[in-house]
Design a protein around this ligand. Structure first.
Ligand code: ZN
Length: 69
């Protein structure tokens, strides 16, 4: 049987008591809100990396339209 222990929420840094996932479905966070905040931060990191790739379009390729003999 799991014993409740003191935890610290990674999102809001609040102390809370939890015995594990069976006691708290959004463990190791203190609440569903904190779990969603953490997930949202992770997702926005992924999008930021993707957006940076569009800078490759700034590179201009040299044109060579000169016709050979
Ligand atoms: Zn929290």
């Amino acid at each position: 049987m799991a014993r409740a222990r003191k935890r610290k929420c990674p999102t809001c840094k609040a102390a809370f008591v939890c015995a594990g996932l069976a006691d708290n479905p959004w463990f190791p966070f203190c609440s569903e809100r904190c779990k969603l905040v953490d997930l949202g931060a992770w997702l926005s990191d992924q999008y930021a990396v993707t957006e940076d790739l569009t800078r490759e379009n700034d590179i201009a390729a040299p044109e060579s339209d000169e016709a050979q003999d």
